[in-house]
Design a protein around this ligand. Sequence first.
Ligand SMILES: *Cc1c(COP(=O)(O)O)cnc(C)c1O
Length: 472
Amino acid sequence: MIYTDTRDSSVKTDFRTAVMNGMNSATGGLYIPVSFPKLDSSFINKTPEPSFREIAFNMAKPYVEGEIPDEDLMTIIADAYPFTPKVVPLDSISYVLELFHGPTCAFKDFGARFMARVMSYFNKTENGTLHILVATSGDTGSAVGSAFHNVPGLDVTILYPEGKISKIQEKQLSTFTGNVRALKVKGTFDDCQKLVKTAFTDEDLRNEFRLSSANSINISRLLPQSFYYMYSSLVVKNRAPLDSKLENPAILAVVPSGNFGNLTSGLIAREMGAPIEGFVAATNTNRTIPDWIATGEYNARPSVETYANAMDVGAPSNYERIKALYSYEDVKSLFASYWLDNDGIKSAIADCNTKTGYTIDPHGAIAWKAWDDIRSGEMQKLKDGCKNDWTKPGLTPNLPAWADKVTGKNAVSIILETAHPAKFGNIVSDAIGREPAIPETLQAVMNLPDQAIPMENDYAKFKEWLKANLQK
Ligand SMILES: *Cc1c(COP(=O)(O)O)cnc(C)c1O
């Protein structure tokens, strides 16, 4: 596969370079494959559907062709995914896709574990340590730290905004030892991301250290997230006619979104033939994308803290990829867009529990509520010409191409549940009156000592620290 760049389509490179560089420091752009090959329809139409790992292998193959032999790719996939995503029905036309069955109980395990193994594979033939710098608003850091922990030749420095992530998240980040460490930055997630981005474009630093990223800007995190969209849409395609009594209903994916890496992965799966009609981008008060969809104007802004803090992103990095792949008109026809404020998030957690019995986390709750509103009349109102005020919580006033499927009651949804509710126990218990049960993997880190290193929001200080502390 040839990879190009969102800012310069004359750039042509291979998977290895795209993975190891993270982003193109010459242009500041992000890598994207030049094509998204469709899976064979015989594979997609198999009943029962192929297993998650089989799907993962077949989807990854074209992107690594000529660079990772099949056998090695199979090992990478088997090693990355000892767990699978689970499709859980909520009612006859709604499914939750549980993406929290990995070691850190968040969907980012899917991307991070694949990336770590691919990087380790490529690094075997390089000299010296590869330094991963990663900014996190919560879940990225622990997924990356866990995925890279004790992997030889790789070293990870995690930056997170001090005081802006949950207690469990902080424990998960700050208790690593050995080749993984966390810096608690006096600033926001965007500040952390800026420090990392500045380091990547710093020639002087790059001459001294081999640097790479692990944020959702790395293509090796984005591609594997498409696996579970394909998997879940095939599961739902096969069972929805039985559950819903509908013939061939449209499948919608409702995606809690921050940096829009997850949603971009969904678009990739759709390009590759996943039977997904369209998407709902569900977000919080950081409504940069809803505003763009409503007005056509994209304005990055400082991030605002919310209960769904893994989506506290004011300048979503994958906007750049979405823009490079689709026109604004295409986006409006593919996506509905929806946002909730903190009060809305809390009510959504409570409503979901009352209506379905399911305990959902604050990120998934926005997605659930988006679907609940869409199916119960909000899409019809838009069709009837009601112009929603997009500066208020709710649905953005655009009619996607699939709106008729919803109003004609011929659509089912896959709601992506991106984290285990216990990671946000306080908010969930405020909403439903009891704490969600804590999975064992999370319980274990709560007893480990905190090792985080304090850091000013100051590039010169950050650079000085890197120079003094990283091994060559
Ligand atoms: C990272 C994260 C998101 C947002 O995913 P993006 O790919 O950044 O859009 C949503 N929910 C949870 C729990 C996350 O950790």
